[in-house]
Design a protein around this ligand. Structure first.
Ligand code: TRP
Length: 369
């Protein structure tokens, strides 16, 4: 089995979420906390299915909310390529949080990060993807009156003075220990985490009083926020709370969807034909031959196609279970299962693309000047 690697810049191998939880020191979302969230969010598929499954200090944040000390949301995107389905999932959940709690959202695009950590992207490339990604963010449906999109380089005037306050409290040995940097890592990488910390307290800076912050994110980003949480109290701010999700797998074998392997991801700019081709070619939990599959059944647990139904494309628990069972019993063949998925993904993307077109006119409403 491939070794598990989960860092903010690399996700590889079969992911053992229990182990990650322990290693990172996260708490599982228990029944009580889930119920508390569901009171506001309703019967949310991401909570019900354990896709958002871990957190830091979420109980505290909700206690504060009950005391009318309202929080804001912070999430982000590294503009290293086109947006794919895997990116949309936490954004959709963030939108649901925004609607349910009626909160402000600060959305950060780390254009600096993607330049510093890439061996191929120029500043111009990153800027291009920033503009493209912004359309997808808007297309998710965030409230323009309550959402601010920042990019690190364009909004440096606001961000940099705050980032240096954070940076002063991070030593090179901490950065090495948390992120695995070496002496030959470029110095921009070493500084970068201080930029990702800024949106976790920018609202407090702007408001001139402490405002609680909740960060929804995929679990690989947690190392940044571990550091952020250590430092913010030293600057007089709250530690941010956070809520973590699992990854949507790519259409190839193991790991998350990776833009570096375009045929394993479904991008928001893909045509219906692309979607069909990619799904048809996808890895599955199926057997070598039809006969074998009829006899032995498939393995939905390792199947990305099943994961797509699970994460986004089958809301009905009974129908999902039925699919699982029919696969295991050798009744459902991969070809048929893929045929069920293709039109759902095509429809989802078509609707997203329509909103993405409309987003072009809305950009200025979301950007911070
Ligand atoms: N570093 C993240 C990435 O590479 C982008 C990001 C910035 C982010 N701030 C965030 C993601 C807050 C989640 C939450 O994708």
């Amino acid at each position: 089995m491939a070794e598990m690697i989960v860092t903010p810049w690399e996700v590889k191998g079969e992911i053992d979420y229990d182990k990650l939880l322990l290693e990172f020191g996260l708490k599982r979302i228990d029944e009580k906390l889930k119920k508390r969230l569901q009171k506001k969010l309703g019967d949310n598929i991401f909570l019900r299915r354990g896709i958002f499954f871990a957190h830091r200090d979420l109980d505290w944040l909700l206690d504060e909310y009950d005391k009318k000390n309202y929080f804001y949301l912070y999430t982000g995107r590294g503009p290293s390529g086109h947006t794919h389905l895997g990116h949309l999932l936490p954004w959709i959940f963030t939108k649901e949080l925004q609607d349910a709690y009626n909160t402000k959202l600060v959305f950060q695009l780390t254009d600096d990060e993607k330049f510093l950590f890439s061996s191929t992207l120029s500043v111009g490339d990153v800027e291009k993807f920033t503009n493209e990604n912004i359309l997808d963010i808007i297309a998710v449906g965030f409230d323009p009156k309550k959402t601010e999109i920042y990019t690190d380089m364009r909004n440096a005037k606001d961000f940099y003075p705050q980032a240096v306050r954070v940076a002063k409290h991070i030593t090179f040995s901490t950065a090495k220990a948390v992120f695995g940097f070496e002496n030959d890592s470029n110095i921009g990488k070493i500084f970068f985490t201080s930029m990702q910390a800024v949106p976790a307290f920018i609202e407090s800076v702007n408001k001139g009083k402490n405002v609680p912050c909740l960060i929804p994110h995929a679990i690989d980003q947690d190392p940044h926020f571990r550091v952020t949480r250590d430092i913010l109290p030293k600057l007089g701010y709250y530690k941010p709370s956070s809520i973590q999700c699992k990854f949507i797998p790519g259409l190839g074998k193991d790991g998350k969807m990776s833009s570096s392997e375009p045929e394993t991801c479904i991008f928001t700019i893909d045509t219906s034909k692309d979607i069909e081709r990619k799904i048809k070619k996808a890895f599955t939990g199926g057997r070598e031959s039809l006969e074998e599959q009829k006899k032995l059944g498939g393995n939905p647990d390792i199947c990305p196609i099943y994961q797509y139904f699970y994460n986004l494309f089958e809301e009905d628990d009974e129908k999902l279970e039925d699919r699982f069972r029919r696969c295991k019993n050798g009744k459902l063949m991969c070809g048929e299962c893929k045929q069920d998925l293709i039109p759902r993904v095509q429809k989802f993307m078509k609707e997203h693309q329509e909103r993405r077109e409309k987003a072009k006119k809305l950009v200025s409403k979301f950007l911070v000047k």
